[in-house]
Design a protein around this ligand. Structure first.
Ligand code: S3P
Length: 447
């Protein structure tokens, strides 16, 4: 099968109701926690992407039984100390930073060294940011060049809680410490810059001893050692990060509308909506509800004729951290210069996203001024592309692929986008939904 996508035509008007796959952050956390529960946990709408399959394969290495099909996934946890540790276990995190980093927290008590590996992109990423705080509990880590994968975990059975200051706004760092904290003696106290809080909400739902004191810029979190995790039956909402590509597409094309059903609208995740609304996008949440502490809603989007530029408040950065590529693309159509700052973390994702996002815009003829942690985008409301654009050598970053598809369908041009299989990491059904929108013959308006 050809692993590149050719797009030569803009998408036409569409009016559709769609369903997006399950949230990746919640799916991975559910798999990991369910593997330590006492008994069978069942998830519906679990994301079956490569990152989540890697998580399932990881827990299977410790003797945990998993059954899944298109409708649900069952995990047969054997309790907090139920992992069967053996010599020479290798965990392959594939492309997933969330799995690689969170599982380090879970494996902190391993009696045998465990090797953690990942794909080419993950092997370039920073794992010292996890090894450093986890070492404070009493475990040891050996990393390639002191920073990268492959790494080895040397666990300890004398773990001691400590005080950790998480300054990056990284939910992965925070969650790894929360996971390790539940195995340590005494309390673990985290002062964490605001970031997504799915781990904390799952702990609360499971009635585990976690105490959270929210301040303006930081959360103070206390975790005590736990004895038991109850089974976790969970109906996973759709992923806002995957939805963002369709929110942007509908915003950018003419006279279209879209309803995305049952999306996770956790306030720590919806920066993309806040930013696009500030730019003039027409996005509303309907049918709002709360499920185990997680907010969810149907998202209604309508195209708009005019988009304002934005001077993006840095307080929104962590809430939109995975969505900046697609936000930059919307800024390319704004009526003026948009500015985004304090984004050094973006270059530490699956690819150097700030630099590659800027490169993508420039290849489209959009002027940008980019530094190591900021970008200015000179928007053009009449942006039209009439040339050939080839997208390749981008570390197979799924979000670069999907942003390029939205760019091609919104602005025209003759696109050749390589490494189509990159979407398998987070959103295998992305192109199926795109095809449904392209083939919308009925053009029936839902509202
Ligand atoms: C994630 C946290 C974020 C995000 C990643 C998923 C999570 O990373 O970029 O895609 O599920 O905890 P950081 O915590 O490193 O910012």
């Amino acid at each position: 099968m050809l692993n590149k996508l050719i797009i030569k035509k803009k998408i036409k008007t569409f009016h559709k109701k769609i369903k997006i796959s399950g949230d990746k952050s919640i799916s991975i956390r559910w798999v990991l926690l369910a593997s330590l529960a006492n008994g069978r946990s069942r998830a519906k709408n679990l994301l079956l992407s490569e990152d989540v399959i890697s998580s399932i394969n990881a827990i299977k290495k410790f003797g945990i039984k998993v059954k899944y099909n298109a409708n649900y996934c069952d995990i047969y946890g054997k309790g907090l100390n139920g992992y069967k540790f053996q010599k020479n276990i290798i965990i392959d995190s594939g492309n997933s930073g969330t799995l690689g980093r969170l599982i380090m927290g879970l494996l902190i008590n391993t009696p045998y060294p465990i090797k953690l590996i990942g794909d080419k992109s993950l092997s370039k990423r920073d794992f010292k940011r996890i090894a450093d705080p986890l070492s404070k509990f009493g475990a040891k880590f050996q990393l390639k060049k002191g920073i990268n994968l492959p790494l080895k975990i040397y666990g300890s059975n004398k773990l001691q809680g400590f005080k950790y200051f998480e300054k990056k706004g990284s939910a992965q760092c925070k969650s790894a410490v929360i996971f390790a904290g539940m195995r340590a003696e005494g309390s673990t106290i985290i002062k964490a810059k605001k970031s997504r809080n799915h781990t904390e909400l799952l702990y609360k739902y499971l009635k585990l001893p976690i105490y959270i004191n929210k301040k303006k810029n930081f959360d103070f979190i206390k975790i005590n050692k736990i004895k038991k995790i109850n089974t976790i039956n969970y109906d996973i909402p759709s992923d806002i990060s995957s939805s963002a590509f369709f929110i942007a597409l509908t915003t950018l094309v003419n006279d279209s509308s879209l309803i995305i059903k049952n999306v996770n609208t956790n306030p720590t995740r919806i920066g993309v909506v806040t930013i696009l609304k500030k730019m003039g996008a027409n996005i509303t949440f309907k049918n709002k509800s709360t499920y185990n502490g997680e907010e969810r809603a149907d998202i209604h989007i309508k195209s708009v004729n005019n988009l304002n530029p934005i001077n993006c408040p840095i307080s929104l950065n962590s809430k939109a951290i995975d969505e900046f590529l697609i936000i930059f693309l919307v800024a390319a159509k704004a009526n003026g210069v948009s500015s985004f700052k304090n984004l050094s973390e973006l270059d530490k994702k699956e690819s150097p996203r700030l630099q590659l996002g800027s490169k993508l815009l420039r290849s489209m003829g959009v002027k940008t001024i980019t530094t190591k942690n900021s970008i200015k985008i000179f928007g053009d409301p009449n942006l039209e592309i009439n040339k050939k654009i080839i997208i390749k050598d981008y570390f197979k970053d799924h979000r670069i692929f999907m942003t390029s598809v939205v760019a091609a369908l919104s602005f025209g041009g003759n696109w050749e986008i390589h490494d189509k299989d990159s979407i398998k990491t987070s959103f295998p059904k992305f192109l199926n939904i795109i095809n449904d929108l392209i083939n919308d013959k009925k053009k029936k308006k839902y509202y």
